[in-house]
Write a protein that binds this ligand. Structure first.
Ligand code: GLV
Ligand code: MG
Length: 298
């Protein structure tokens, strides 16, 4: 399974020591993960290990064994069920100790914080700001639903009894904290792995808000994830067009204009900022333009 993950078109891969590993299997899982990280083959993927949360007896040993064994081949530790800034501070200090002892670059290993219960969400601003190592805030919908006593077993799905999206507030709250502190916001898993349409539907909601991506649990969900979090070709082309047109019209030769018409649309500095977001997502996804900007002839 670890080998298969290496060849998949995902930006990141995380190797789990938490909920996908039975308590008695944790020691052997640590060893397998160290070996998998050191044997390489992960290409440019971000390599992440999810340790157990700080209410368990395992977190300390997880972090020590993984970083001592494979710290040079690890990009981030994912900390689940983070409830307060102190959890992140503990991990930050422990990583610093390990990096100093092992001669690794200080601060080199990042932190991904999973928000999975009410305490985590209420404290999400402080969690995002707790360490410069924090790169990503991740929504953990399954644990979150359980912790709130939500009356549903389908992660992320709408509930016909509720006239709205029960996850809207949670997603938006995480996104606000992530954007305020310049972190990535990532949506969590969709458990019905055969139901790709269901995955797509849930993913579209967090993508529409501005989330940067979503977990996939199975290769079958990958194409849908890459498609949903990348802009549509038409939107990407349009964003690049706005950027070129705005560059031209604000220039000396273009007339030093601040607000201009592009077809039927008025564009200004705010349009440029929105276009930058879409263009950046498209470029990151390796998209190519299918149209170009032609300055009006004098
Ligand atoms: C992921 O960890 C989740 O609980 O959804
Ligand atoms: Mg969880």
């Amino acid at each position: 399974m670890l080998e298969k993950a290496q060849g998949l078109p995902a930006d990141q891969v995380f190797l789990d020591l938490e909920d996908a590993v039975a308590p008695l299997a944790k020691p052997s899982a640590r060893k397998n993960i160290v070996a998998a990280l050191n044997e390489g083959g992960w290409g440019s993927k971000t390599r992440v290990v999810r340790v157990n949360d700080l209410t368990t007896p395992w977190t300390y040993t997880d972090v020590i064994e993984i970083v001592e064994g494979a710290g040079a081949n690890l990009d981030c530790i994912m900390l689940p069920k983070v409830q307060s800034a102190s959890h992140v501070e503990w991990l930050d200090l422990t990583l610093t100790q390990l990096e100093k002892t092992l001669g690794l670059p200080i601060g080199g290993i990042g932190i991904e914080a999973q928000i999975e219960n009410a305490a985590g969400l209420v404290n999400v601003d402080a969690i995002a700001a707790a360490s410069p190592r924090v790169e990503t805030i991740i929504f953990g919908p399954a644990d979150f639903m359980a912790s709130l006593n939500m009356k549903s077993l389908v992660v992320g799905a709408l509930n016909p009894d509720y006239p709205g999206d029960p996850f809207h507030y949670i997603l938006m709250r995480i996104l606000m904290a992530a954007r305020m502190h310049d972190k990535q916001a990532i949506d969590g898993p969709y458990l019905q792995i055969k139901d790709v349409d269901g995955f797509r539907e849930v993913a579209k909601r967090s993508a529409a808000l501005g989330f940067d991506g979503k977990w996939v649990l199975h290769p079958g969900q990958l194409d849908a994830a890459n498609e949903v979090y990348s802009p549509a070709q038409q939107d990407y082309d349009h964003a690049e067009l706005i950027l070129d047109a705005y560059d031209y019209f604000t220039s000396e030769v273009g007339g030093k204009l601040g607000a201009v018409m592009l077809g039927d649309e008025m564009i200004d500095e705010a349009s440029r900022k929105m276009a930058l977001v879409i263009a950046a997502k498209g470029r990151a996804a390796g998209m190519t333009r299918t149209s170009s900007f032609t300055p009006p002839s004098a």
